[in-house]
Design a protein around this ligand. Structure first.
Ligand code: PEP
Length: 249
């Protein structure tokens, strides 16, 4: 069965609650496309107002992060049960900005992935290499290691429902998009790695996004690749361009 594309926006630390409502209202007529799952991953404080603004549309509101404990003395963190109570179904895990600025590691990513599945939330698991790693020729080895650790103790059934976002760090927010060949090569390597860990059926089911300066002009070619099942979009998800990305065909 063909995989349904999934195109997710990552708002990062942008939009106050009132701005979030305004943006959802602007984008909702533009992102109508039944062939694609459309997710807006928004700051925690925007989740409830964005959901209210998106009610009755095809837009799913997701989170940008989540902690791996149920509750307790973890000041500033957001628990999985807090997300599920308001209806969140997707959460970005291990974005490179979280790894770089908030000390997330492959191990904490794995703990968050397991916790998300425990709560029935689909993780959008980010991986990606730095420019130095690409120049050293170790991109595939690096990504395979990130994937293997992220999926430790994850069952095949859970893995089949996961989303992986391949985001070369050098392409995030830089306007520098990976070439279609580079993006396809790594997304295929990720799918092969999932097949090695699990089996062909799991690899065929899992959805793999490309992320890194996706725009309305680069989306059609990227999303037409056999192993690219959509995108994780930062900057362009805050603009009407996101409608053109969702309707890339
Ligand atoms: C991202 O934040 O996941 C991202 C890919 O950002 P941008 O599209 O702005 O490069």
């Amino acid at each position: 069965m063909a995989r349904k594309k999934i195109i997710a926006g990552n708002w990062k630390m942008n939009m106050t609650p009132s701005q979030a409502v305004e943006l959802v209202n602007t984008l909702k007529p533009l992102v109508v496309n039944d062939e694609v799952d459309v997710v807006f991953c928004v700051p925690a404080i925007d989740i409830i107002p964005a959901m209210e603004a998106a009610r009755g549309t095809n837009i799913q509101i997701g989170a940008e992060n989540m902690y791996f404990e149920e509750k307790g003395a973890f000041t500033g963190e957001i628990a999985p049960g807090m997300l599920t109570e308001v209806g969140v179904k997707y959460v970005i895990i291990g974005h490179s900005e979280r790894r770089e600025y908030f000390a997330e590691t492959d191990e904490t990513v794995n703990r968050k992935v397991l916790k998300a599945f425990e709560h029935g939330i689909t993780p959008i698991i980010c991986c990606g290499e730095s420019l130095t790693q690409r120049e050293q020729g170790i991109t595939i080895d690096w990504i395979r290691q990130q994937i293997k650790i992220a999926f430790l103790n994850v069952t095949a059934e859970q893995a089949a429902s996961a989303v992986i976002a391949y985001e070369p760090i050098w392409a995030i927010g830089t306007g520098k998009v990976a070439t279609t060949e580079q993006a396809q090569e790594v997304c295929k390597a990720i799918r092969d790695c999932i097949a090695e860990i699990y089996d062909e059926a799991t690899a065929a089911a899992i959805r793999i996004q490309y992320g890194g300066s996706v725009s309305a002009s680069s989306a059609p070619e990227l999303f037409a690749q056999p192993d690219i099942d959509g995108g994780l979009v930062g900057g362009a998800s805050l603009k009407p361009d996101f409608g053109a990305i969702v309707n890339y065909k």
